[in-house]
Design a protein around this ligand. Structure first.
Ligand SMILES: Cc1cc2nc3c(=O)[nH]c(=O)nc-3n(C[C@H](O)[C@H](O)[C@H](O)COP(=O)(O)OP(=O)(O)OC[C@H]3O[C@@H](n4cnc5c(N)ncnc54)[C@H](O)[C@@H]3O)c2cc1C
Length: 460
């Protein structure tokens, strides 16, 4: 509960129309995709970078927690006000594409711009912004940068960090800083942009983002490989890419996921397959795209694919992608709650990773459907439990901890794209030594000595 003097100050800064203390706003801004709930004390819509600066300076002086929030689509509780305080939301005012610089292939945006709006705007002038998280229709660029979001096209084009050239940000003491430049090369000073990307709103509030763009490739082709076993599919993933072909995307569904999608949508999927791989290749010369597709086909067949289906039209391509796009909501047939993680390993370790996950599934007698971005070594593991059962939840969490440990033992990470937030914070100790955690804490202290910005996140 904020004191009345704080309420008056916030109203003075942004006006009564941009600052809310009522129950409806508190409820509307109390959740994210984890479905955990923490009510803030108020929701503020800053109109400018100067507003952000005044709010942060005041909150810093008065020890009030501030939590930046994009669209609240995060999977780890990053935008949840777990210590109460002020939600800073950008969707109302700070949501403009400020510039598309076609001479330098650069876009400059405010943090509340929706990813898909940026993609569409740059495509209108023949350009391309590749990072495409599955939440692209509603997640914001500010949220994408803060989580270092990935997407389907990451195998070829990389993730958000590969496109962030420069930032403007507001420190918790209200100081406005700039990092990076609108240049391909910039090695002057520390890489502050690199520290802020993926910092989950815990170091500074990002107020402007300069992004690299690419020319839009003219052609994309889609295909699906059907494999008898998960092992043959995982071998095909890394062997295809190691052979020198870089598909735009290489996604997989395991047998449990295939069966779940089929039972829900009746699309004629191969329910006896061990796994399917879905793959896009692109380019601006059709001969090159055809060549890549042929090379993928050869590699898939060499690694045991029983069938390789090419899409002959856009609607056939959509059909192939349908199963992947609907995987997440289909697997709920296996349990009312999914403990959904996004571990990532070097691609060559995928066969071993999936084998070890199968052992955990057997050990705990839990269904663990897996799908995801195998082209990046990123596997969405979904431990399915009955949410109402405390016992099942406990067992599910034990299984998750073992899966994290397996990923780390294979040289992988706790999270490929969803971040740490609140939900993975207890597992940071599996992945980082005390010296490494202390380094993280000292970076946090340098930016935010009073710990007002998104406190309690990332295990800091
Ligand atoms: C169905 C679904 C599919 C998804 N698919 C993907 C996927 O393919 N790839 C992927 O990477 N993620 C995916 N996600 C997760 C999520 O969409 C991403 O993490 C996304 O980047 C979050 O954006 P947001 O605008 O919703 O941010 P929020 O969830 O609101 O916030 C995320 C974090 O960013 C911080 N933040 C937000 N704005 C700022 C700012 N201006 N300055 C400082 N910090 C800020 C918040 O404090 C929080 O810590 C998916 C989520 C859903 C629900």
């Amino acid at each position: 509960m904020l004191e009345s003097k704080h309420i008056d100050f916030l109203k003075d800064i942004v006006g009564e129309d941009n600052c809310f203390f009522d129950k409806a706003h508190k409820i509307a801004y109390c959740y994210d995709a984890t479905k955990e709930r923490y009510e803030p004390d108020c929701v503020v819509f800053p109109r400018s970078e100067e507003d952000i600066s005044s709010i942060l300076r005041y909150c810093n002086e008065n020890a009030i927690a501030v939590v930046p929030r994009g669209s609240g689509s995060g999977f780890t509780g990053g935008s949840l006000p777990s210590s109460g305080g002020v939600i800073l939301a950008f969707e109302k005012h700070l949501n403009k594409i400020k510039e598309i610089d076609i001479k330098n292939l650069v876009a400059v945006v405010e943090p509340g711009v929706i990813n898909m709006d940026l993609q569409k705007a740059v495509e209108e002038v023949g350009l391309f912004y590749p990072p495409d998280p599955a939440s692209q229709d509603y997640s914001t660029i500010g949220g994408n940068v803060s989580e270092n979001a990935g997407g389907m096209r990451a195998t070829k084009y990389g993730i958000t960090k590969d496109f962030v050239m420069a930032l403007r940000a507001v420190l918790p003491n209200g100081e406005i800083i700039k990092s990076g430049k609108r240049t391909i090369k910039d090695v002057a000073g520390f890489n502050t942009t690199g520290i802020l990307v993926g910092s989950e709103g815990s170091l500074a509030v990002i107020s402007e983002i300069t992004l690299k763009l690419l020319p839009k490739p003219k052609y994309t082709k889609t295909a699906m490989g059907i494999f008898p076993s998960i092992e043959s599919a995982m071998n095909a993933v890394y062997k295809t890419i190691a052979s020198g072909i870089t598909p735009v995307a290489m996604e997989f569904l395991d047998n449990l996921t295939i069966r779940a999608v089929e039972s829900k949508y009746k699309k004629g999927l191969p329910t006896d397959a061990g796994a399917i791989l879905i793959c896009d290749v692109d380019g601006s010369l059709i001969e090159d795209v055809e060549y890549q597709l042929k090379a993928v086909e050869e590699k898939f067949l060499e690694n045991g694919a029983s069938e390789f289906k090419k899409a002959n039209s856009e609607s056939e391509a959509k059909d192939i992608w349908f199963s992947r796009r609907n995987a997440s909501q289909s697997i709920t047939i296996y349990g009312s709650k999914k403990l959904n993680e996004d571990i990532t390993v070097p691609r060559s370790k995928l066969p071993e990773l999936l084998e070890e996950i199968a052992k955990v599934s057997k050990k705990y007698d839990l269904k663990i459907p897996c799908f995801g971005h195998t082209g990046d070594g990123n596997v969405h593991t979904n431990v399915m439990v009955e949410g109402g059962s405390k016992e099942q939840l406990e067992i599910g969490h034990k299984a998750i901890e073992e899966i994290f440990q397996i990923a780390i033992n294979l040289g992988g990470t706790l999270s490929g794209e969803h971040g740490i937030g609140l939900s993975k914070a207890p597992f940071m100790k599996l992945a980082f030594s005390e010296a490494e955690m202390e380094l993280f804490r000292s970076i946090k202290r340098a930016f935010d000595p009073n710990n007002i910005l998104n406190p309690g996140k990332m295990g800091l």
